[in-house]
Design a protein around this ligand. Sequence first.
Ligand SMILES: Nc1ncnc2c1ncn2[C@@H]1O[C@H](COP(=O)(O)OP(=O)(O)O)[C@@H](O)[C@H]1O
Ligand SMILES: [Mg+2]
Length: 254
Amino acid sequence: MALLEVNDLSISFGGLRAVDDLSFSIEKGELYGLIGPNGAGKTTVFNLLTGVYKPTEGIIRLDGEDITGKKTVDINKAGIARTFQNIRLFKELPVIDNVAVGLQNIEGCMYSTLDSILHTPKYHKVEKEIRDRSMELLKVFSLDGEWDIMASNLPYGKQRKLEIARAMATSPKLLLLDEPAAGMNPNETAELMDTISLIRDKFGMTILLIEHDMKLVSGICEKLTVLNFGRVLKQGVTKAVLEDPEVIKAYIGE
Ligand SMILES: Nc1ncnc2c1ncn2[C@@H]1O[C@H](COP(=O)(O)OP(=O)(O)O)[C@@H](O)[C@H]1O
Ligand SMILES: [Mg+2]
């Protein structure tokens, strides 16, 4: 059974069919690319998958569970975490706290209100656990050296990484990344692509990656769906998609 199954998904905004009859599935541990030019409908797909919008038609299943039209908070609980095209961090909080918030309510990281008021041994144990796990995640993204500085003082490329670290902290089944390399320089971008591959290889994370630059993700994604005007232009194994004449005409030659 696929981890994510999307069948005949559509949404209209007035007369505009932003996503039109989209179907695809992602296996556990897969790194899957959703590609297309600006305005193709990529972010709208994420908004549908995370309950920000309800689809006009179609079904979304996560691990066999029908999550179509559920509330964002319930979809997060079911196991989908995302990052945003425009960074959303707690900019006035230290780097480590941005990750720690994602760990709240995770097994081993819970204490009662009373524990926190009385600062019981349990409170201290859980606080240490949260801190240790946060530092481990920061290490993956080479942010551990900057754990105590305010998020807004991180360079832009590192803020983007921190956003991914925070999404990972919730231990999602599926991680959605919306143009994570946007605004990065070529070196930062190459490094980020390596880190995304590493997350999949080291943690077995299943990842759906949005990007408008196909060349950027074709090296790391096993499968791609290419969207154009909300419709699937081509989908399948990366190599076959890249060799498709229509795709070459639309993207490679640009
Ligand atoms: N809430 C909305 N209301 C009206 N139109 C929208 C809304 N969200 C997205 N759209 C339109 O849907 C199309 C796809 O947008 P989007 O998913 O953001 O594209 P992409 O992420 O591929 O650049 C665009 O034409 C956009 O203007
Ligand atoms: Mg977008």
